[in-house]
Design a protein. Sequence first.
Length: 58
Amino acid sequence: MRVCGGRWASRGWSVLPGDVNEGRRCLLQMQVTGRSALGALALHTGGLLVDNGWLARP
């Protein structure tokens, strides 16, 4: 599912939809705030798909 995407990577990228409750759990596990870049990704997305590979929260 492609929610939004761009062409800065050679094969494009996609932001995957996430679950807020799962995102909050990840923030606690990583011990970061939702105001940091990593925390915002964990809280508001299900991960990033870049060049057919995954950058996703565990």
